[in-house]
Design a protein around this ligand. Sequence first.
Ligand SMILES: *Cc1c(COP(=O)(O)O)cnc(C)c1O
Length: 236
Amino acid sequence: MSYHDRLQHNLAEVQGRMQAAAQQAGRAPGAVRLVAVTKGHPLEALQALQALGVTDIGESYLNEARQKQQSLDGAGMAWHMIGHVQSRKAREVAQHFSIVHSLDSLRLAERLHRFAVELGLRLPVLLECNVSGEITKQGWKCHEDAGEFLADAQVISDLDGLELRGLMSMAPITARPAEARPYFERARRLRDTLAERLGVPLPELSMGMSNDYEAAILEGATMVRIGEGLMGLRPK
Ligand SMILES: *Cc1c(COP(=O)(O)O)cnc(C)c1O
């Protein structure tokens, strides 16, 4: 099967399930944006997505993303950085991405801010919160006491090169997706707490992946990051 046919089939399924979950939660059908995670997939896969009208692309690795950006006629595409950003790559990330989901430290925030100001832009960012406590996950420790996170977030909200839009979070991989819900709920509550403290709306919640996006939508996700469930297995 061609990329196009396989993706068309998967896309219809994912969109249908997203809509059903939104409806179940009493949310508008368009309340959740699909970010297609294309790391590890070749240019042809992105071209097929583009032909199917998918415009939000999530990539984890700067070099891989840059190669694709340079080879693709990317008009109308929004590139989402979802992987850990090394400080020395901050300038390129600020320059070439529409939004960073994976802002995971004050130090990185300060660097992104500095380069964004130099570039004359305001970079939309999400703060990555580790709500599961798993040591393999990046982000601020938020599973028990989120004090340090809230303090750093306060500082970040004052950096005028950055536009703080919300939070990004992940649940532990579980056999039963319903078990992910409490983690997503925790992320939503943290977002609410932070928005209240800062006195600004923080509209975005990036949460939910192939195995748990419906649970995330039920807890208020506004962006789901879907790789395998859309693209198929990542080529090795
Ligand atoms: C790879 C990745 C995804 C997509 O994961 P799937 O299980 O393939 O849907 C989502 N978010 C992040 C941060 C990732 O690195």
